[in-house]
Design a protein around this ligand. Structure first.
Ligand code: FES
Length: 114
């Protein structure tokens, strides 16, 4: 489903009717299919963030290998690269960039913007 909003910057893809329908794992990660690709959903407090499902370093699944720390850094345990959840940049400034997607939650559902 593509939601039409006044925000024409993104097309909003509905991924769930509500947050309770998302099956987050013990690390607070879940995966969703937005048609052109899969995204990784991350539960941080009351917020849901979304990023590419694969680590930009060597392509490992963040659903299986990701964790998030209290500063909002996503770490992939395969080679321990970390990415800022807001900027997507790797913390060592080696040029790896994790694609971050906007998330919209309202009474119509949970949406990822592309
Ligand atoms: S594949 Fe994720 S850190 Fe290397």
């Amino acid at each position: 489903m593509i939601l039409t909003t006044k925000d024409t910057k993104y097309s909003w893809i509905k991924i769930a009717d509500n947050e309770a329908d998302i099956d987050f794992n013990a690390n607070g990660f879940a995966e969703a299919d937005i048609g052109i690709r899969k995204v990784c959903l991350i539960k941080i407090g009351d917020e849901i963030k979304a990023c590419s499902a694969l680590c930009p370093h060597a392509g490992a699944s963040l659903l299986k290998n990701g964790s998030i720390d209290h500063q909002g850094n996503i770490t992939c345990c395969v080679h321990n690269y970390s990415y800022n959840i807001h900027s997507g940049r790797d913390r060592l400034n080696e040029g790896y960039y994790l694609k971050i997607f906007p998330v919209l939650q309202n009474d119509q559902g949970v949406f990822v913007g592309i």
